[in-house]
Design a protein around this ligand. Structure first.
Ligand SMILES: Nc1ncnc2c1ncn2[C@@H]1O[C@H](COP(=O)(O)OP(=O)(O)OP(=O)(O)O)[C@@H](O)[C@H]1O
Ligand SMILES: [Mg+2]
Length: 253
């Protein structure tokens, strides 16, 4: 089966991949140096999330064409929440409430098969050379003390990954999914807004998430330094100063 047809339209181009609209499918074409394990992991996470009962784009297949691994999913039709936020900036609270509710709904699902969130963060913290040994030790200790939940966590939850279809929101881009604590996932969403420079939006999102979830803001904040360190491990060089400042925020939870 040919996953990448000749008739295709470019959707986004990133440093490590290109995404094409192929009519009824969306196809991600990764750079040739991207290991097969990463693509298979993303495909597995997507199908695990689907098995857990979450609305995701259906998996179409993984293949290799012209030396590049590709991942095909059925196209979910509709604007992304990011499109809607851009088109109607005056409806910020409404859109952030939808975003928070979709994230909270993901966390209502459990999966014992996804990677452990704490294992993944521990690996990532160990990799961050920008942090000195004492800071990494503190982060590992903090992580050790975090609860061992088995909630499905998206790991990269942002408005561009939520497609608003006629049948309801569909969530794409499961490359970073784990099982763990929803608070870590909410902290990730907050930091993703901060990395765009949308600080006020980040604060508003955090407020709405905690209100809708019924949790203390301090709970989400207790994950911030760990999640910021994990983002550093992803090589966010341009955001290093911001992420370092979040890692070093002292909280008293
Ligand atoms: N199955 C799908 N149905 C509809 N749109 C999709 C689908 N898969 C991807 N997209 C669109 O393509 C965009 C990029 O795909 P994806 O999020 O998987 O890659 P990404 O590199 O992580 O991009 P980003 O950095 O924007 O999150 C998404 O934001 C979404 O708009
Ligand atoms: Mg995405």
């Amino acid at each position: 089966m040919k996953l990448l047809p000749d008739n295709k339209t470019l959707v986004v181009e990133r440093a490590n991949k290109v995404v094409y609209d192929c009519g009824d499918a969306m196809v991600k074409v990764f750079n040739t140096n991207k290991p097969a394990a990463d693509i298979l992991n993303e495909a597995l996470n997507l199908t695990r999330a689907e098995q857990a009962g979450i609305a995701v784009p259906s998996f179409r297949g993984v293949g290799k064409e012209d030396g590049s691994w590709i991942l095909s999913t059925a196209k979910a039709i509709g604007p992304t929440l990011r499109d809607m936020m851009t088109a109607e900036p005056d409806k910020l609270t409404e859109h952030l409430t939808i975003l928070a509710d979709v994230e909270i709904d993901i966390h209502k699902h459990t999966s014992v098969l996804l990677t452990h969130q704490k294992d993944k963060y521990a690996r990532m913290i160990s990799q961050v050379e920008a942090l000195d040994e004492a800071t990494r030790y503190d982060l590992h200790m903090r992580l050790d003390g975090m609860p061992n939940h088995i909630k499905v966590c998206h790991g990269d939850f942002s408005p561009s990954n939520v497609i608003m279809t006629e049948d309801g929101p569909v969530v794409c881009d499961w490359a970073h999914a784990t099982r763990g604590c929803g608070g870590a996932d909410a902290a990730t969403s907050y930091i993703l807004f901060r990395m765009r420079g949308d600080d006020a939006v980040a604060d508003e999102f955090l407020r709405i998430y905690c209100e809708r979830q019924g949790c203390d803001m301090a709970y989400v904040q207790s994950w911030m330094s760990i999640v910021a360190a994990a983002e550093l491990a992803r090589g966010r060089v341009a955001k290093k100063d911001l992420l370092m400042s979040i890692v070093h925020v002292v909280d008293y939870v």
